[in-house]
Design a protein around this ligand. Structure first.
Ligand SMILES: [Fe+2]
Length: 289
C-alpha cells in the first residue's frame, strides 16, 4: 500500500477511467473523484492529452484510449486493459455513457456478472419468466489474474437491438481487474462471433462509483445510436437495484450474504478479491460480516 494514500497498490498504481473524451472536449474541464481523491482533468490546447491536477497539487499521468480518459494516481504498474475487438473495422465502438451510482463499484461489477437478475430486472429484453433458472457454467482463473466464466447460456427474448426473437445466448464473462469486467455475448445474426461490452468502473469513493460503458458491436444493420440507447436503457434498469443494495460495500466473507447472490462466478469474484487483498469498496473478512 502506498504510504499515505490508504489505497492498495493494485488499485492505486493502475489506470482508471475518469471521463469520456467527447465530454471533456465539449466542456474543456472536468472535476471528479477517484479513489476518494479530487482531481481535475483539462485539455491542453496543443494536444488531446489531458493533464490532471490533484487537489493536493500533484499531477497524475493520464492517457486517452477507447474514447475515455484514463488516470493513474500512483506509478503505473501495468498497461491499460487491452480490448482487441476495438480494432475491428466492422464494429461500432461506442461509449454508451457514464452512470453515477451510489454503491461500491465492486457491487456494480458483481451485478453485471449475475445472470440470475436478468429475467427479473431486464424482463422482456435480457430474460423473461418462466426462463429464470441459470444453467450450470464453468468458472476458472485467468493466466494474468482475474476470473473467467464460460459456457454461460441464458434465454433472452431481445438480446440486442438487432434481435427479432428470443434465443439461448452464449455468454463469456471476464473480470480482468477488480473494477473492470467484460462480457462477450453471441451475436444474434452471426452466432460464431461475439458482441463485446466492457464496464470500466471508476471508484469515486468506497460507496460511490461511475460506471463507464464501452461496447464493440458488429455493425450488421445496427446504428451507433441504437447500440447506445439499448445499453443506456438496460443500465437504467440496473441503477435503482444497485443503489438499494445494503451494505453499499461488497462483503467478501462468503457467509455474509444469502445464497441467491453467492453463485459460482460471484463467489469466485469475492474470493479473488479477498486473495488479492482488495479492500477498497469491500468489507474484508477481518472487518466482520
Ligand atoms: Fe443488469
Amino acid at each position: 500500500m502506498p504510504e499515505g494514500s490508504g489505497v492498495e497498490s493494485a488499485l492505486w498504481d493502475d489506470w482508471h477511467v475518469v471521463a469520456e473524451i467527447a465530454e471533456l472536449t465539449r466542456l474543456g474541464r472536468i472535476a471528479t473523484q477517484l479513489l476518494g481523491f479530487s482531481l481535475v482533468v483539462e485539455l491542453d490546447n496543443r494536444s488531446v492529452i489531458p493533464s490532471v491536477d490533484l487537489e493536493s497539487g500533484g499531477v497524475a499521468p493520464a492517457k486517452v484510449k477507447y474514447g475515455y480518459v484514463w488516470v493513474c494516481l500512483g506509478t503505473p504498474n501495468r498497461d491499460i486493459v487491452d480490448f482487441p475487438e476495438c480494432a475491428d473495422r466492422d464494429r461500432w465502438i461506442v461509449n454508451a455513457g457514464s452512470f453515477g451510482v451510489a454503491v461500491s463499484g465492486l457491487r456494480a461489477v458483481e451485478n453485471f456478472l449475475d445472470m440470475s437478475h436478468l429475467a427479473f430486472v431486464h424482463a422482456g429484453y435480457l430474460g423473461e419468466e418462466p426462463h429464470t433458472e441459470v444453467p450450470k457454467y464453468k468458472v476458472a482463473t485467468l493466466p494474468d489474474g482475474g476470473i473467467v466464466a464460460t459456457d454461460c447460456k441464458f434465454y433472452q427474448p431481445l438480446a440486442s437491438p438487432v434481435a427479432t426473437e428470443g434465443f439461448d445466448v452464449d455468454y463469456v464473462y471476464r473480470i480482468v481487474r477488480p473494477y473492470t469486467i467484460m462480457l462477450h455475448k453471441a451475436n444474434p445474426i452471426d452466432p460464431s462471433r461475439s458482441d463485446m461490452i466492457a464496464l470500466f468502473v471508476q471508484p469515486v469513493s468506497e460507496e460511490r462509483c461511475v460506471v463507464h460503458m464501452l461496447l464493440a458491436y458488429l455493425k450488421d444493420e445496427l446504428t451507433e445510436a441504437a447500440v447506445r440507447q439499448f445499453a443506456q436503457m438496460i443500465f437504467n434498469q440496473d441503477k435503482p437495484i444497485l443503489e438499494n443494495q445494503l451494505p453499499k460495500r461488497l462483503p467478501l466473507n462468503p457467509r455474509a450474504e444469502v445464497p441467491i447472490r453467492a453463485d459460482a462466478a460471484s463467489a469466485a469474484y469475492r474470493r479473488w478479491l479477498h486473495e488479492g487483498d482488495i479492500r477498497y469498496g469491500a468489507i474484508p473478512h477481518d472487518l466482520g460480516v
